[in-house]
Design a protein around this ligand. Structure first.
Ligand code: G4P
Length: 531
C-alpha cells in the first residue's frame, strides 16, 4: 500500500476514514464520544450516549432527529482533528454479526480495535477482526479501562498475537493498574502521560522525557512502579517488533495504545496515531480497472442504504463512499447499473455536530444521497465511465423463516415492506417457486425480531415468522441448459431472490452435495456480488 503510491492532493491526503470494532461494553460509545469532543464536534461528553439510548426505541430516535440532536443515526461522522479530517463510520451495534457490518468495513481504510483491559480479545472482536483480515485492513488497537484492575500488559499483547495472528507493537506502556494506574509512557515520543482522575474530561498532562534514564521520571513515578516500567519497556523493546508503517498498512502489525476512554486518557495519543499512521484514502478495487483516489474524476459506491429516516416521506439515504476525485454539490453523475444520469443536488455530509448539506467532498469522504429507491447497495456512481466497484458481497443467510402477514388482507403490503428491507440489505427475501408467501433469510437470529418490529412500526403490519423446512440458500449459475434441467427437476427447492436471481433452497448439506454430484455443470455459491 505504501510502496509506489503517488502523493495525494493535500485535501485527500488529510482524510482518515475508519470504523471502530469491539465487543459490546468494551467502550466504543465512550471512545466515539471523546473523539467527537476532541474533534470539536460536541461541546460536552454525554451527548453520544444519550443518542445511543434513544436509538433503542425508534420513536425516540425520530424525536432526537427532529430536535437535531447529534448526527443522523451516527452512521457516519466527520470532524476535523488538527489538520486532518476524520470520517468515522459506525459499525452496527447489535451483537449478531450481519452483512451490514461487513459492508461498512468495505467503506473504510482502517479499523480501531477496542478491547477491555480486563477481558482481552472477546468473541465479537474476534469475528469483526476476521472480517478486517479478509480485506487486509490496517488495525490500530486501543486497550481500554486501564483505570480498572486489568491483565498483565504482556499477557494482553500475547493474547492478541496468538488469538488474532497479528504482530503487536506497543505505542504506549501502562504504568501500574487499577487504583494504582498512573498513566502511560509514550514509547513513540518518549513522553510521560499522567492521568487526571479528578476531572474525567481533562486531557492528560504530558511531560517530555529524554529517554528512560531521564531523572525527571523519578519525580513523577514512585520507585516501585518505575522499576517495573523500566524492566518491562526494556523487555518489550527486545521481544516485540518496532512500529513498521509498511506492516501496519498491510494489516500484519497493530500498534497498541493503553488508556481509559472514560477518563479521556490515551485518546488523544490514539487520535495522533490515526493521523500519523492511519492510512490515507486507498485505491478501490473495481471492474474493469482499479480506481485511485487521486483521479480527478469523481467516483463512489453505495455501501449502505437506510430507509424511513423520515417516516412521513418514505425516503432513503444511500451512503456513498467517494473513491476518487473532488465532488461538488449539483454534479451530474452516472448511475452505472442503469446508465442513467443522476443529479446529486442535495447530498448530506455527516458533520458530527449536525447533518449538513454537502457543498463539496473528496475521495475518502462519506456522503448521504437522499433518493426514492434508485440507489442500491453495491451501486457505483461515476462521471460517465462504466466502472463497477467490486468486493461488496452478499452472503447466503444462515437462518431462514417463513414470513406471513398477521392480517391476510394486508399481504400486499408485506411484499413491499420485505422488498424494502431486502434493498436496505437488512434481510434476504426469497420467493419459492411452489407455494405462497416469502422466505426471509438473515445471518443472526436477532434480525428476525428487529424486522418484525420495524414492519409493524413502519408499515402498521403485524407479521409472524415461522420455522421453514429450509435452512439455507445457494445462488445457482452455470450453462443455461444445465441450469434449466436442474431447476425443472427440483422445483420444490427453487426460488428467486429479491433481485430475481435463481436460488436453490436447501435443507441439509446433503442437498448441496447431491446437486454437486448429480449436476456437475451447475454451480451453487454462498455469496453473490451485489450488482
Ligand atoms: P460500548 O459502546 O462498547 O458498548 O461501551 P460503552 O462505551 O457504552 O461502555 C460500556 C461501559 O463501560 C459503560 O459503563 C462505560 O461508562 C464504561 N467505560 C467506558 N470506558 C471506560 C473506562 O475507561 N474505564 C471504566 N472504568 N469504565 C469505562 P456503564 O455502567 O454500562 O454505563 P454508564 O452508566 O457509565 O453510562
Amino acid at each position: 500500500m505504501l510502496d509506489n503510491r503517488p502523493t495525494l492532493p493535500p485535501e485527500i491526503a488529510r482524510r482518515r476514514t475508519f470504523a471502530i470494532i469491539s465487543h459490546p461494553d468494551a467502550g466504543k460509545t465512550t471512545l466515539t464520544e471523546k473523539f467527537l469532543l476532541y474533534g470539536g464536534a460536541i461541546q460536552m461528553a454525554g451527548q453520544v450516549r444519550a443518542k445511543g439510548e434513544a436509538r433503542r426505541t425508534r420513536s425516540d430516535f425520530m424525536q432526537m432527529e427532529k430536535d437535531r440532536g447529534i448526527s443522523v443515526s451516527a452512521s457516519a461522522m466527520s470532524f476535523d482533528y488538527g489538520k486532518y479530517r476524520f470520517n468515522l463510520v459506525d459499525t452496527p451495534g447489535h451483537s449478531d454479526f450481519s452483512e451490514d457490518t461487513y459492508r461498512t468495513l468495505t467503506a473504510v481504510d482502517a479499523a480501531i480495535m477496542v478491547i477491555d483491559g480486563a477481558k482481552g480479545v472477546e468473541s465479537q472482536t474476534r469475528k469483526l477482526f476476521e472480517v478486517c483480515r479478509l480485506r487486509d485492513l490496517p488495525i490500530l488497537t486501543f486497550c481500554n479501562k486501564m483505570d480498572r484492575e486489568s491483565r498483565d500488559t504482556f499477557e494482553i499483547i500475547d493474547e492478541i498475537q496468538e488469538m488474532l495472528a497479528i504482530d503487536v507493537t506497543p505505542a504506549s506502556w501502562p504504568i501500574g493498574t487499577g487504583r494504582d494506574f498512573l498513566g502511560c509512557y509514550d514509547m513513540l515520543h518518549n513522553r510521560l502521560e499522567l492521568m487526571d482522575r479528578a476531572d474525567r474530561n481533562k486531557v492528560a498532562e504530558s511531560i517530555k522525557i529524554n529517554g528512560l534514564d531521564d531523572p525527571k521520571l523519578a519525580q513523577h513515578v514512585p520507585a516501585d512502579l518505575l522499576e517495573k516500567l523500566l524492566e518491562e519497556v526494556e523487555m518489550a523493546r527486545e521481544l516485540l517488533p518496532p512500529l513498521d508503517p509498511q506492516a501496519l498498512a498491510e494489516g500484519t502489525l497493530t500498534p497498541i495504545w493503553f488508556g481509559s476512554a472514560i477518563n479521556s486518557f490515551g485518546v488523544k495519543e490514539l487520535m495522533d496515531g490515526i493521523a500519523e499512521y492511519g492510512p490515507e484514502p486507498q485505491p478501490q478495487s473495481a471492474e474493469p480497472r482499479q480506481i485511485s483516489p487521486e483521479e480527478t474524476k469523481v467516483s463512489g459506491f453505495v455501501f449502505k442504504v437506510q430507509a424511513n429516516m423520515d417516516p412521513k416521506h418514505r425516503d432513503r439515504v444511500a451512503f456513498l463512499r467517494l473513491a476518487s476525485g473532488h465532488f461538488q454539490r449539483g454534479m451530474k453523475l452516472t448511475h452505472v447499473r442503469t446508465r442513467k444520469p443522476m443529479a446529486v443536488s442535495s447530498p448530506v455530509l455527516f458533520l458530527a455536530s449536525d447533518r449538513e448539506l454537502a457543498e463539496e467532498a473528496w475521495a475518502g469522504d462519506i456522503i448521504g444521497i437522499p433518493n426514492h429507491g434508485q440507489l442500491r447497495i453495491g451501486d457505483t456512481l461515476t462521471e460517465g465511465e462504466a466502472l463497477k466497484v467490486t468486493g461488496i458481497p452478499s452472503f447466503a443467510p444462515e437462518l431462514l423463516q417463513n414470513c406471513r402477514a398477521g392480517d391476510p388482507l394486508k399481504a400486499k403490503h408485506l411484499d413491499k415492506a420485505l422488498m424494502q428491507f431486502a434493498e436496505e440489505g437488512a434481510a434476504k427475501v426469497f420467493k419459492p417457486q411452489i407455494g405462497a408467501g416469502f422466505i426471509v433469510g438473515v445471518v443472526g437470529q436477532l434480525q428476525f425480531e428487529v424486522l418484525a418490529s420495524r414492519i409493524e412500526l413502519e408499515y402498521g403490519l403485524p407479521v409472524r415468522f415461522e420455522p421453514s423446512q429450509f435452512t439455507s440458500a445457494r445462488w445457482v449459475s452455470g450453462p443455461r441448459d444445465a441450469v434449466e434441467k436442474f431447476a425443472n427437476a427440483n422445483k420444490q427447492h427453487m426460488g428467486t431472490d429479491n433481485d430475481g436471481d435463481l436460488v436453490y433452497l436447501t435443507r441439509l448439506q446433503w442437498d448441496i452435495d447431491r446437486v454437486e454430484r448429480d449436476y456437475p455443470e451447475v454451480k451453487l455459491t454462498a455469496t453473490k456480488e451485489m450488482m
